[in-house]
Design a protein around this ligand. Structure first.
Ligand SMILES: [Zn+2]
Length: 416
C-alpha cells in the first residue's frame, strides 16, 4: 500500500517537472533584425549566454522537454548559420551559431492565450567585433493604481506618485546611456500584483531588479533612506514591520514560474543571487551616503522579507527613498532636485555594480572606459553633469564642447 503511494507521488512529481514543452516556431525578419521564436507551455528558467569562439548563443531552458530534436541550417537568414537542439538531464539546450558577431537581447517570455511565446532578438546591422548585448535593468516603481502605498496627508504626498517619478528619472538616464536597457515594471498609475512584478523581471530576462519605495511612520521625526535585500528572516524590527505591510496581494497564474520552489531546487543559483543583491545594495548605499540631499535611515544594507525581491536568480534590491511622514523628507521627495538625487544614486550604484560584474558581451564602457550618453531635446550641460555626478568642466573638456553648445543626438563621453 505504502509502496503504491510512493509510486503515485513520484509519478505526479514527474508530471510536474516534465510538463513544460519547448518548440521552435520560426524566424521572423524585420529590417536588419531577426526574432527567433520558440514556444513554451509556461514560463521557464532560461540561462542565456553568448560565446565568441565560435560566435554563438546558448539558451538553456531548465526543466523543459523538446517537442522534437532538430538541427536546422538557415541559409536564408545570414548571419545565422544553424540552430541545434540537445537535451541534458531535464533541460533543453538550443545553440544558435553565426557567421559573424551580432547584437542580441536576452530572451523575452511573453504570455499568450496558449502559453508562452519566447523571443530572441538579433540585430546584425552593425559591424561589431564581438557578440554584444545590453544590460537589462528592471525598474519597479512601488505600488500604483488602487494601492497608493504610504500616504502623508499633512504633506500632501502619496508614495505611488513619488516612486513613479523617481523610476522615470532613472529610466531616462539609463535609456540614453549606451549599453543599458531599462524596463519599467509599471509605466503609469496602474495596479500590479507583487508577484507579477518579479515575474516581469523573469519574462524580460532582467539582469538586475530595483524596487523603489518611500515610507511613512507614526513618528514624524523618523527620516532618511534605506536599502533592503531579501531574506526569510528580517534583520531588524523595522524591516519586519515593513515586510508585513507588503506581503499582501498575491497572484501567480498557471503560466508563471514558481520562484519559491525553484529556490529549493537550485540552491547554488540562489546563493549567488543573494551575494549579488548585497553587492548591488552596497553600491547604491555608497552613493546615497554621498548624496548631499539625502540622510540615511540605515547605514547598512538591511534584510527584509519583501516579496518583490524573491526572484531565484535576478539580483534584487528595494530602496526606501525616505519617510514622507517626515516634513524634511516629504519636501525633498516632492521636489525634482531631491528625486533626481535618488535616481542619480541608483544609477551610479547600478553602474558601479556592473563595473564589477562586466560580462563579455556588455558594452557599457568604451575602450577607454567612458560611458556614452546621447543628448536629448531640452538637455543642458549642467543637468547632464548632475545626472552623472561629474563637474560640467569635465564633460566640456573631454568632448571639446564650445560655449556649452550641445545638440539633440550628440553623443558625449562621460567618465565616472
Ligand atoms: Zn512602499
Amino acid at each position: 500500500m505504502k509502496r503504491n503511494l510512493i509510486a503515485v507521488l513520484i509519478f505526479s512529481f514527474h508530471q510536474v517537472v516534465f510538463s513544460n514543452q519547448l518548440d521552435f516556431v520560426g524566424v521572423g525578419e524585420k529590417n536588419k533584425s531577426y526574432n527567433l521564436e520558440f514556444s513554451l507551455e509556461k514560463t521557464a528558467l532560461i540561462v542565456a549566454q553568448s560565446s565568441n569562439s565560435p560566435y554563438s548563443i546558448t539558451l538553456e531552458f531548465k526543466e523543459t522537454y523538446l517537442k522534437e530534436n532538430f538541427d536546422l541550417k538557415l541559409w536564408q537568414n545570414y548571419p545565422i548559420k544553424n540552430i541545434e537542439s540537445s537535451t541534458s538531464e531535464n533541460n533543453s539546450i538550443i545553440e544558435i551559431f553565426f557567421h559573424k558577431p551580432v547584437t542580441w537581447q536576452k530572451p523575452q517570455q511573453i504570455k499568450t492565450e496558449d502559453g508562452i511565446k519566447v523571443l530572441l532578438s538579433l540585430d546584425h546591422e552593425k559591424e561589431i567585433k564581438k557578440m554584444t548585448r545590453e544590460a537589462i535593468v528592471m525598474i519597479d516603481a512601488g505600488h500604483g493604481g488602487r494601492d497608493p502605498g504610504a500616504i502623508a496627508k499633512s504633506h500632501n504626498v502619496i508614495e505611488k506618485d513619488i516612486t513613479l517619478l523617481i523610476a522615470n528619472e532613472l529610466f531616462r538616464t539609463l535609456e540614453d546611456t549606451d549599453g543599458y536597457k531599462p524596463v519599467l515594471v509599471r509605466e503609469d498609475d496602474s495596479f500590479i500584483y507583487l508577484d507579477q512584478r518579479y515575474q516581469k523581471a523573469r519574462q524580460n530576462s532582467g539582469d538586475i531588479f530595483v524596487s523603489i519605495h518611500a515610507d511613512a511612520f507614526s513618528l514624524p521625526s523618523v527620516k532618511g533612506a534605506a536599502v533592503y535585500i531579501w531574506s526569510d528572516e528580517a534583520s531588524s524590527n523595522s524591516a519586519k514591520s515593513l515586510s508585513s505591510k507588503k506581503v499582501s496581494s498575491v497572484r501567480v497564474d498557471e503560466f508563471d514560474f514558481d520562484e519559491d520552489l525553484a529556490r529549493s531546487k537550485y540552491p547554488e543559483i540562489y546563493e549567488k543571487k543573494k551575494g549579488k543583491s548585497l553587492q548591488l545594495g552596497k553600491k547604491i548605499l555608497d552613493q546615497l551616503k554621498r548624496d548631499p540631499y539625502t540622510h540615511l535611515h540605515k547605514k547598512r544594507v538591511e534584510y527584509a522579507d519583501f516579496r518583490v525581491l524573491k526572484s531565484l536568480d535576478v539580483p534584487s534590491v528595494l530602496i526606501e527613498s525616505g519617510f514622507i511622514s517626515n516634513s524634511e523628507d516629504a519636501e525633498r521627495l516632492k521636489g525634482k532636485p531631491g528625486r533626481r538625487m535618488i535616481a542619480r544614486s541608483l544609477f551610479l550604484g547600478i553602474n558601479n555594480y556592473f563595473k564589477e560584474n562586466l560580462e563579455d558581451d556588455f558594452f557599457i564602457y568604451d575602450a577607454e572606459g567612458y560611458l556614452t550618453y546621447t543628448v536629448q531635446r531640452g538637455d543642458v550641460l549642467s543637468e547632464i553633469a548632475i545626472r552623472f555626478g561629474v563637474p560640467v568642466m569635465d564633460i566640456i573638456n573631454t568632448n571639446l564642447i564650445r560655449d556649452e553648445a550641445i545638440f539633440p543626438g550628440q553623443r558625449i563621453k562621460i567618465k565616472i
